[in-house]
Design a protein around this ligand. Structure first.
Ligand SMILES: [Zn+2]
Length: 192
């Protein structure tokens, strides 16, 4: 894959001259979404985003794993804080998606793949003080309902002591059609 990328890059440099774009997102917005490969070349067109518009942060499942939610001092919050305090972000949008890999984590398959790749799940569980296989599944960030998960991530961001009070919205994108559904419209007074 690396050679493929480097060969393509030669072509790209010959054919493309990028315009200069500032590093502060011009729409003053940070968008948190998933790492899913099907979002590549689909997500930005579906939302009407151009280069330089927003900060895009991607995590597995557009989520913060359960052990890291407490205290909200995790890498997603750190990145959002950088966006807010250093790059002028004033709105945050969390976009989960349907058919997310993190919404159907099979614990048996997870531990079997770990073992096949030379990582002992039991040893990891003991070493990292995870509460069994269930704790391992929580650590990787598995969830069952994408809408609920988006709402929970919105809540963690909204209540993080590292971040100021900002509008935080939650959406779900249909991975097959690109259709967006609003899960949390950012209005105060929601039951959370
Ligand atoms: Zn996903």
């Amino acid at each position: 894959m690396l050679n493929e990328i480097l060969a393509h890059n030669q072509q790209f440099l010959q054919n493309t001259t990028l315009p200069h774009v500032g590093h502060a997102p011009r729409k003053q917005t940070a968008i948190v979404t998933c790492m899913d490969c099907r979002l590549v070349n689909m997500f930005e067109p579906a939302l009407g985003l151009e280069r330089g518009d927003v900060l895009e942060l991607r995590t597995a499942g557009a989520t913060i794993s359960t052990p890291e939610r407490a205290g909200a001092a995790n890498d997603l919050i750190r990145s959002l804080a950088g966006g807010v305090y250093l790059l002028g972000v004033r709105e945050i949008i969390v976009v989960g998606h349907t058919e997310c890999g993190l919404s159907k984590v099979n614990p048996t398959a997870l531990t079997a793949t770990m073992q096949a790749l030379g990582v002992d799940p039991q040893q990891l569980i003991e070493q990292e003080h995870l509460s069994g296989i269930e704790g391992l599944v929580e650590w990787i960030g598995a969830f069952s309902d994408v809408h609920l998960n988006v709402q929970e991530v919105v809540h963690v961001i909204r209540t993080s002591p590292f971040l100021p009070t900002l509008p935080v919205y939650g959406l779900v994108i249909d991975i097959n059609t690109g259709k967006l559904t609003v899960v949390d419209d950012g209005k105060p007074g929601r039951a959370e």
